[in-house]
Each structure stands twice: as C-alpha cells, then as structure tokens.
Design a binder for this molecule. Structure first.
Ligand code: URA
Length: 254
C-alpha cells in the first residue's frame, strides 16, 4: 500500500479514529482543532501527510496520533495472542483504544505464538509489512530460548546444516545460527518464519523450550527499558535498521 501524499484534514482525523468527519467538523467549529496554536474553523482543506505537518496540529491541546505509515515495536508479554478474533488477551488491546479504530488498520508484522514474548512489530503500512515478512526477505530474527534439558553440544551443527527437516514439512530449514549462553539457555537466529519454528527446532533435537523471547529483528533490538506490554513508535532510522544485514543473511548460515 502506498500512502497518499495529502488528504482532507477531516478525513485524516476520522481515519485516525477521532470520530466521524461530521464530528471532526463540530470540533473545528468549537475551536478544538489547532494548527500552530491557531484554531482551524474549516478542516475540509487537503493537508500534507507528513510527520512535520502533523507535529503542528493538535486536538483539545494534545498532539495528534501518528499519521498513516505508522510502525511500532511492542514488547509482547507471555499469554497474549497475535490475533483480532481469538478468545483471551489480544495484542491489539495493548494499543490505545482509539488506535483500534484507525483506517488503515494496524496489524502485526508476522506473529509470535501465545507463549512467546518479546519484540513484535505492528504497522498500518501494508507495503512495509510485506517487505518484512516476504519469504525472500530473509530478515534475521534472534530468539533467546530457555530449555528444559541441558544442551547436548551438537545443536549448532544440526541447526546450521541446512538439512534439518521439521516434522510434517517437505522442505528442510535454511541454516540457522546458534549460540550457547548457559547449559540450558541458547540464542537462535533464523531467517524464515515457519509455524512455531524455534520450538520445533529444539523438539527435533529432543529438547523442550520452556521460555522463548524474540530479542531482535534485523538490526533492530528490543530495548531493555521497554516494559512488557509497552510499545514505541519507530522513526525512519529504526525502520531502516530492520533491513540492515538482511541481504548479507540470505542463503547463508544465519
Ligand atoms: N518460533 C516459535 O516457536 N514461536 C514463535 O513465536 C516464533 C518463533
């Protein structure tokens, strides 16, 4: 999806979830929508869809929400599902209520399973989403796994081999990079996104993952000071970091 370059202001605010276009017109008539601190009585003019312009706007004294083209990182807690419709706690509930009414809607960039925590990207930008999850993108994703049994010592070789076949699949896994952290902890970097891939890789070497956390996607690391359930909007530099190293990683061992 390519974002338009400009949009009527009433439509932009309605698309951000503030209310209907009619309600936006009412807010404007009451002087609640301001540009550079001056009340805007008419909001049917087209405005540039840039972060610089959006920074000049406020509603009822508050900066407006991030404009379309939003990418954020969230520290997903254990027990939360990456889905719009399943029962239980959903990752979308961790976002501000108004953000759930945005058009285009915000989606997760791939998924983490319910019991996996850590770095989850979310975006309303379909083109960005596909660029990250496209199978040929080979963006490295690093996970920390806590294991039930001590490592045997041969896992690195098995994971790097490019021949490991997961149960029920027909194509072997691409080589993955493996680091031992302690007898029952390891880091694994994969460049694919198969179903429950890391858990199934350890099952293939007769171990069991007790806890799994994603700590980086490409060159973007999960910040230590981001609390479970909290999120941060990414700037352009952080978005670009996601793709750093992706080309070097394709068809290799990581
Ligand atoms: N591998 C898993 O097993 N689970 C995830 O959520 C991601 C990778």
């Amino acid at each position: 999806m390519t974002q338009p370059k400009s949009m009527r202001l009433d439509r932009l605010l309605a698309n951000l979830g503030y209310g209907s276009r009619r309600e936006m017109q009412m807010l404007a008539r009451n002087g609640w929508i301001k540009l550079d601190g001056q009340a805007l009585r008419g909001i049917d003019q087209r405005v540039p869809l840039t972060r610089e312009f959006a920074a000049r706007l406020n509603i009822d004294g508050e900066a407006i929400d991030p404009i379309p083209g939003l990418v954020l990182m969230l520290r997903k807690p254990v027990g939360v599902t990456c889905s719009h419709k399943e029962a239980g706690e959903l990752v979308y509930r961790l976002l501000p209520e108004r953000w759930r009414r945005r058009d285009p809607a915000i989606s997760t960039v791939g998924r983490l399973d319910k019991e996996t925590s850590g770095l989850l990207l979310m975006t309303d930008d379909g083109a960005f989403l596909h660029k990250v999850i496209a199978p040929r993108a080979h963006i490295p994703k690093r996970y920390l796994a806590t294991l039930e049994s001590p490592l045997r010592g041969d896992e690195g070789g098995v994971f790097a081999s490019g021949t490991l076949m997961l149960e029920g699949e027909e194509k072997p896994l691409l080589p993955a990079f493996f680091e031992i952290i302690s007898p029952c902890e390891a880091a694994v970097t994969i460049t694919e996104g198969r179903y429950h891939q890391v858990r199934r890789m350890f099952a293939a070497v007769h171990n069991h993952v007790k806890a799994l956390q994603r700590v980086s996607i490409g060159g973007l690391n999960l910040p230590d000071d981001l609390e479970p359930g909290a999120f941060r909007v990414l700037d352009e530099r952080q978005c670009a970091a996601i793709f750093a190293g992706a080309a070097a990683s394709s068809g290799h061992s990581g």
